[in-house]
Design a protein around this ligand. Structure first.
Ligand SMILES: Cc1cc2nc3c(=O)[nH]c(=O)nc-3n(C[C@H](O)[C@H](O)[C@H](O)COP(=O)(O)O)c2cc1C
Length: 357
């Protein structure tokens, strides 16, 4: 049997395979209220039909200012919980598990979506004042306001409440987004954290907000698996790097994180990211070696064979695929076919199965 289609157990949750849908922003809450609708039901539901073991819903704001754009989903109120639960129920009814990424965009929030323009949206046009570890702007965006201590405490509570809401909506897995230059990454990296209080300076201080969030969300979600997504490196000398990622991941593990989802970049512009097939696998492997905890690899993994080879190398536990699942919602079923695995198909589609060789 392939490793890719060997179930994985995290806490009490068994996930039927190790090919999961990576979180991907869809900017499709058309009423700008963070409430998901038909688009998300069809989009995420199709990937459950298509054989993904876990479908992780996109970056979802823990409060209104935590969204990247006004069209991003939220998980801060009951209307959003009710809407998500319909999507989750559908995913479950097709044998997949559902996850959600809890996010705060920080200084990269209040921006346009591709079809509406570029850069920041003015407050007068439906945008909002952004907040961050710093008052320095992301290039091309409006400058944020530096968060004060009381606001940071409220933010931790927003993450916890979002975690409780996620469980109420039926999600099996919760991921904290600490990557790609969004708020938690803005606190982690010395390039964007210029604070002089207890949330800035040393690694312990820069990691303090993330660790408070991990602890609060862990307490809020019962025994559900907790994932943390890191950018392992800013690809800039003096920035966030693999060594700091590994150390902070160890601290997250001590607070109850179960799996590290290892990505990279996104904090600053103008860096050259060495992309290519499986380009972030070694970053995940390093985190695995340092923490001894399960890790997911992501980034240009586009076939069942490639995914299986990465798992066979022995350090990575799970494969996340983003764009391949956009190209083909049935990537899970196709990967199984490629590896000669017999997996259960949606009964409605059974006549579409590839003929056996
Ligand atoms: C359309 C799109 C939206 C994305 N949105 C998110 C997101 O909400 N949260 C996140 O952590 N990463 C996001 N990503 C990054 C993906 O999760 C993934 O890490 C990246 O696409 C690399 O994997 P791939 O080569 O399989 O696509 C997004 C990527 C794409 C293509």
């Amino acid at each position: 049997m392939s490793k890719l289609f060997t179930p994985i157990q995290i806490r009490d949750l068994e996930i039927k395979n190790r090919l999961w849908v990576a979180p991907m922003c869809m900017y499709s809450c058309e009423n700008q209220d963070g409430v998901v609708g038909e688009f998300h039901l069809v989009h995420l539901g199709a990937r459950a039909l298509g054989g993904a073991g876990l479908v992780i819903a996109e970056a979802s704001g823990v409060n209104p200012a935590g969204r990247i754009t006004p069209w991003c989903p939220g998980i801060w109120n009951q209307q959003q919980v009710g809407a998500w639960s319909k999507v989750v129920d559908f995913i479950h009814s097709h044998g997949s598990k559902a996850g959600i990424q809890l996010a705060h965009a920080g200084r990269k929030g209040s921006t346009h979506r591709e079809q509406s323009g570029a850069g920041s949206i003015e407050v007068s046009s439906g945008g909002w004042e952004t907040v961050s570890a710093t008052d320095q702007a992301f290039p091309g965006y409006a400058a944020p306001r530096r968060l004060g201590a009381a606001e940071i405490a409220a933010l931790v509570e927003d993450f916890a409440k979002a975690g409780r809401n996620a469980i109420e909506a039926g999600f099996d897995v919760v991921e904290i987004h600490a990557a790609h230059g969004y708020l938690l990454h803005q606190f982690l990296s010395p390039l964007t954290n210029d604070r002089t209080d207890e949330y800035g300076g040393s690694l312990e201080n820069r990691a303090r907000l993330l660790l408070e969030v991990v602890k609060a969300v862990r307490d809020a979600i019962g025994n559900a698996p907790l994932l943390v997504r890191f950018s392992a490196t800013d690809y800039v000398e003096g920035g966030w790097d693999q060594e700091q990622t590994n150390q902070v991941a160890i601290w997250c593990k001590q607070l109850g994180a179960d799996l590290f989802d290892i990505s990279s970049g996104g904090l600053v512009t103008g860096v050259k990211i060495p992309t290519g097939p499986g380009y972030q696998v070694t970053l995940a492997e390093s985190a695995k070696t340092a923490t001894g905890t399960a890790v997911a690899a992501v980034g240009q993994i586009t076939s069942g064979k490639q995914a299986e080879e990465i798992l066979q190398q022995g350090l990575v536990d799970v494969i996340l695929a983003g764009r391949e699942f956009l190209r083909d919602p049935f990537f899970g079923l196709r990967a199984a076919h490629e590896l000669g695995e017999s997996v259960s198909w949606p009964v409605q589609y059974s006549r579409g199965q590839w003929p056996s060789a």
